[in-house]
Design a protein around this ligand. Structure first.
Ligand code: OGA
Ligand code: MN
Length: 297
């Protein structure tokens, strides 16, 4: 446990994650505290802030202290705004039709992924706040692609240097059903190239840019490409590299999309209600430009 100002940082697992207390978003966060949260974020990848109730405006204002936000996806409820509603409830209070494209699109969060890796500029971080939670299920689980990378034999690590992965939202949605992606969404979000290895510029630690959007390794045949992606996924989701968060209303979890994958566990979408609000910090830049891997993004 370490303290900076009033901040208390307690590791959640030996590999990654920390519970951070001793500050209040509603009462105001001074610059020193913000800097300490930022360094904890770089070091631990997942920060759990218990008992931080916020409304959308407060969540946006707090998130923007860390950098500019992404807009939400085309075809989602509230598309283009700064908050994503991760929910089975429509804004008018009725439940989403569980077979609708809107419901399927959100349900694909059950697969391990990193946010926006299907965009040319993948997201840096996400902040998720629990506004309403179901009686059972609906946990969010995290897996450290940094701990996974660091656990690989050096021969495997070397094999990964310079590789490019094609990320495609159609790939993750098709894991559920091709109906999860509309024609408009397909057209708006074409496949993109990403560096397989991401290097955190603040500490030079490397992680893997994989997950459900990762469709194939550029230039490799389907069999070899699938085998490598599966091998890397298996190394990542080992119990010693994961943390499962059981939500309480008022919790906020902030994670580093550059260093962890996450997935949302199932819950009763037909009879229960879950409302999570996400703000997403934009990435520093594309990880591949004109076929060339960019270091430090
Ligand atoms: C997300 C996400 C999972 C969950 O908000 O990006 O994947 O448990 N959420 O809601
Ligand atoms: Mn997500």
């Amino acid at each position: 446990m370490s303290r900076t100002n009033q901040l208390v940082i307690e590791p959640l697992t030996p590999a990654f994650g920390a519970r951070v207390t001793g500050f209040s978003i509603r009462e105001g966060v001074d610059d020193g505290t913000l800097t300490a949260i930022e360094s904890a974020f770089e070091a631990y990848s997942v920060l759990y802030f218990p008992d931080q109730p916020v409304d959308d405006e407060e969540q946006i204002a707090f998130s923007e202290r860390f950098g500019p936000l992404e807009g939400t996806l085309p075809g989602a409820v509230g598309a283009g705004t700064k908050v994503a509603r991760i929910t089975n409830v429509m804004p008018d209070g009725t439940l989403k039709d569980p077979d609708s494209q809107l419901a399927l699109f959100t349900r694909a969060n059950i697969f391990w992924h990193t946010d926006s890796s299907f965009k040319p500029k993948p997201a840096k971080a996400s902040l998720l706040s629990a506004r309403r939670i179901p009686t059972e299920g609906g946990d969010t689980e995290f897996a450290s692609t940094r701990a996974a990378y660091e656990s690989l034999p050096s021969a495997t690590q070397e094999r990964l240097d310079g590789l490019i992965v094609v990320h495609d939202i159609a790939h993750s949605r098709a894991m559920l059903t091709p109906k999860a992606l509309s024609t408009e969404q397909r057209a708006a979000m074409p496949p993109v190239e990403q560096a397989l290895l991401r290097v955190n510029p603040s500490n030079d630690r490397k992680s893997l840019l994989i997950g459900s959007h990762a469709a194939r390794i550029k230039g490799w045949n389907d069999g070899e490409s699938k085998a490598l992606l599966e091998e890397l996924m298996a190394a990542t989701v080992k119990p010693e590299h994961t943390y499962r968060h059981r939500w309480t209303v008022g919790d906020i979890v902030m994670w580093d999309n550059r260093a962890v994958l996450h997935r949302g566990h199932e819950y009763d979408e037909i009879n229960d209600r879950r409302l999570m609000i996400r703000t997403t910090l934009a990435g520093a830049g594309p990880t591949v430009v004109d076929g060339i891997v960019q270091i430090g993004l």
